[in-house]
Design a protein around this ligand. Sequence first.
Ligand SMILES: Cc1cc2nc3c(=O)[nH]c(=O)nc-3n(C[C@H](O)[C@H](O)[C@H](O)COP(=O)(O)OP(=O)(O)OC[C@H]3O[C@@H](n4cnc5c(N)ncnc54)[C@H](O)[C@@H]3O)c2cc1C
Length: 388
Amino acid sequence: MDFDLKPEHRALQKSIREFMQEEVKPLVKQIDRDSRVPDELLKKAGAAGLFGIPFSQKYGGMGAGEIGYCILMEEMGRVDASTTAIIGAHTGIGVMTLYLDGTEELKQRYLPDLCSGKKIAAFALTEANAGSDAASIRMKATREGDSYMLDGEKMWITNGPIADVLSVLAITDASLGARGGATCFAVESNWEGFTAGKREEKMGLHGSPTAALKFDNVRVPQENVIGKVGLGFVTMMKTLDIGRVSLGAATLGGAEVSLESALQWAKARHQFGRNLANMQSLQFMIADMASEIEALRSLVYRTAWLVDNGRPHTKEAGMCKLLGSEIASRCIDRALQIHGALGLTRDGQIERGWRDSRINEIFEGTNEIQRIVIASELFQEIGVRIRP
Ligand SMILES: Cc1cc2nc3c(=O)[nH]c(=O)nc-3n(C[C@H](O)[C@H](O)[C@H](O)COP(=O)(O)OP(=O)(O)OC[C@H]3O[C@@H](n4cnc5c(N)ncnc54)[C@H](O)[C@@H]3O)c2cc1C
């Protein structure tokens, strides 16, 4: 066992930390207030290589694997959740779908621009009547000559309004349903018939654009099928298994920074003639935060190691997402309590973190769904099949 980061990962961590402090931190309040991450900032992040960290250098990526990608998400999660969501949805699920199952030709065509940030990706699975029950999607892809015609709507798609390339799941054989009859496609947003709706107004992640998408008979060439016809559901679930690890890393960053601010405030603030650090009930909160964060860090990086070494990781990925989101919510809530009234101040780091973190328990599969995934994996190990 080696618990140290490799020198190249340490160097990556340092450069991302510097980028986040210099370029993103000064804009965090503005991003939350204006509900927009400036294009200029995304361009700088692209130039710094932040849009292609896990992918092979052959396609213009950094070749830093899932561990490198988790370092990115952890460092970003410490500073700004909206920028994290944009780059996370792009890398961890949007591009990842293509990277895992796309043909060599598709990868050569799309990955260089996606890795450089010149183009942005999104992952379009959810529909109005298919949230947790993703297998009940209705969007159709009908074969017409050498193409498929995509018709239907998606909902709640991160990066939907800004994406250039989208991984989209649609039904190609209704008689088989999603498991066996759904196919994944790479769709370009400038193709006729595609429109993105208005940005949803959410309680948090204001700068991360989320929208419904309309596909009105969008013609998609057959070369743009990602993976095998009929097996798109498997491609998308496999992708989410990876996305959930990095989401765990992002929540780790959010939890860490809340602990650091709680420690500093407990040191600085005096009541009853002593600082808060001397109040045992607050010490207990801080000890619980630190213990949970330490456990989460081990889980996230061990799971990233499983991914990088081609080992099964579905159960552990579910745990990263489940524990990460709940630990981050608990830590931020405790940090808010320790800050007292100051923690509630609008535009403050704690208040924003509290609003931003709640969504982590919902997207990329709710925490109830993660519990089902983990339990299914455990029961499967003893030959019992359970259904959601
Ligand atoms: C900000 C944001 C960004 C998103 N980005 C994307 C994206 O980029 N791409 C994409 O495809 N989707 C995206 N989503 C959609 C997201 O994945 C879904 O919202 C999520 O899967 C839950 O679906 P739902 O909201 O329809 O809730 P529902 O499925 O309606 O669930 C409602 C409640 O019932 C619970 N529940 C449902 N079924 C069960 C069950 N069997 N057992 C126990 N409890 C159950 C759920 O856990 C939840 O608490 C995003 C959502 C948000 C809010």
